[in-house]
Design a protein. Structure first.
Length: 129
């Protein structure tokens, strides 16, 4: 602080106050990796099939049982193929969202103050007004 003495004719002070400097910067708050995950699932299907057989029945006398001969001629064979179908379209994009942040900070301010010691007489008082 300055001190006024008899060897000085004046004292000069710089009165200061704090002001807030506000800056914004981008920081990374997360990381996203995008991929498709393939899940395997076993499924069971029941498909009815037919076949044709040539049947030969031999009937003899009453004492002997009936003799049956079966000869397979043709049958249905199950064939399958797999194909993909679209379940849904997924869009992934960045979106900028505007938000407002409230900042509360205490700032200091200097005021000039004169401390008088002894008993000097004040000639002029400044009045506000």
């Amino acid at each position: 602080m300055g001190k006024f003495s008899s060897s000085q004719n004046e004292a000069t002070f710089q009165i200061k106050e704090e002001q807030l400097d506000i800056a914004k910067k981008w920081i990374q708050t997360g990381d996203v990796k995008i991929h498709r995950e393939i899940l395997s699932e076993k499924k069971n299907f029941t498909v009815p099939v037919e076949r044709e057989e040539l049947v030969i029945e031999k009937k003899s006398t009453e004492a002997e049982p009936v003799q049956i001969i079966r000869i397979p001629i043709s049958e249905e064979k199950v064939e399958f193929s797999k194909h993909k179908v679209i379940l849904e379209d997924v869009s992934i994009y960045k979106q900028q969202i505007d938000d407002i942040k409230h900042i509360e900070e205490t700032l200091k301010k200097e005021k000039p103050k004169v401390k008088i010691s002894g008993s000097p007489s004040v000639i002029n008082k400044l009045s506000k007004g």
